[in-house]
Design a protein around this ligand. Sequence first.
Ligand code: MN
Ligand code: MG
Length: 621
Amino acid sequence: MTKSSSPERRQTDDTLCLRILQTTDLHMRLLSYDYFADRPSPHGGLARLAPLIEHARREAANCLLLDNGDFLQGTPMGDLFADPAMIDSAGIHPVIAAMNAVGYDAATLGNHEFNYGLPALDRALRDAAFAIVAGNISRPGGPTMKSWAILPLRVTDTAGHAHTLRIGLIGLAPPQITAWDRSALNGAVRTQGICDAAHAHVPAMRAQGADLVIALAHTGIGAAQDRPDLENAAVPLAAIDGIDAVLCGHQHLTFPGPRFHGLAHVDAAAATIHGKPAMMPGSWGSHLGVMDLMLRRRAGDSWRVGDHAVALRPAPDSAADDPGVQRAVSSAHTATLSHIRQRVGHTTRPLHSYFTLIADDAAVQLVAEAKRTRAAELLRDTPHAGLPLLAAAASFKTGGQNGPDFYSDVPAGPLSRRNLADLYLFPNTLQAIEVTGAQLRDWLERAAGIFRQITPGHPDQSLREPDFPAYNFDVICGLRYRIDLSQPARFAQDGTLRDQDIHRIADLTFDGRAISPDERVVVATSSYRIGSSLLAPLGALPIVLDSREPVRDVLRRHIARTDTITPSCRAVWRFAPMPPGTSAILDTGPGAASYLDQPGLPAVEPLGRTPQGFIRLRVPL
Ligand code: MN
Ligand code: MG
């Protein structure tokens, strides 16, 4: 006897494969062009990923393309189009035009989307032809932001039957956005802990009929234990019931990958966190994340994720840019080129960041001097005018995971706007804070956490703590001090005080005299620094100047005062001397080779190239 075909089919399981494609941290890398150097770039960018995206789509019956945020900022093109009037004249923001052309289904917002303030963000997002979700960001009294969305996707199962899959997407980002961009946001944005927001929203998404929930989490993979201000929260996030997969970002790293071996609840080979599929496809269009989820449904039951496969496909270093992206971006490209080529002055000496971790750095000092000079003008006739005024600055481009080309490198000669962007990468504004002598010293102790402890008398010890971002290596100009690497760091990387008696900062003086712990000074710095975790252990820091002026504009006007500058390199800091035979290893960019005889540099010894293309130097201590 034959049963009718319909009930027969209902007794078997439905299975289907859903492919999720992910990009993250594009940072305005759209075409393969380096606007800092004004030359074609061999690397990544959305235009190099677009053919990979097309290919991955053709391989799969059911496919979704998602971006994890930090797309709006990162190149001079991003800075130029932060001006809503520029977007108006172009019709559409170039990154949105490019993402529309490639056909994204949804995106979330990263922390850098907030760098230029809300009017710039709103204007850019207005033309997005894809959903935008931000689950832990709200705008009290402002327009509503979608916390999550359910995208209905017509899918085909393995038997060839059509279904509508209701895909829940929730966006999440570091809650520190409000601190990092406090000045630009001016209280108009509130954030919630990443896991707190997920706990609040995921049950509602399920109740609204989401067949599965994917977290678009602009967050990295780190601590196992949640706390409300956890910046890299992917591990506790993955543990939350109702979330089926976690797309990560923010750290600019790759997952699966060896970097994450040994972390609790993380399987860096199987690409899972708490057993759930996860991925992080690098940054700047370096990789396309490809996650295949096998979904199964028993008759009358809901879809469940079974097996999965995750692969990161690297963008080819030599390939033509995708014509669709090129078309979408071509007028913005032309506008950016003419902007970055505008002359702003002349330097008689080169400015670069190759040795910023081992010696005084003229480029850092130039930025600090520009900040100090402008802050002095703005503080004139205020109660703080009588206090000593210092300035802090750090190099933003120091290789590391961004590779051997990621250094500031401005030759002697004419200066154009692109050189300013090379010297000061971010759209932070000038601010100044009042600190005590004790806080000043702890600030330097925090910055000195970038170095590993060095055993006296031993050669070739690794200098740099790999997970400490070099942009946190603040140098405070106007002071003189030594950094004693025979001592452990006073603070752990998370800011915890290790021991009251540990000090790396020695011989700290101002104007030739020691600084007392309770005297008050003003330090010109940036809007980002004041809200950053680097200074969190210092406690309350009264802001005495909020200029709203981008540091890069401050620098441009500083140079324009004299037109020709002769950057000087004053003695600010040095390593405390160690016994003979003590040396450290520093990897720096190959461009450093031209500057090895620079005055003031320790007698470094080149040891050849690393597999990644860095120059390895032996640094006598
Ligand atoms: Mn990023
Ligand atoms: Mg980020």
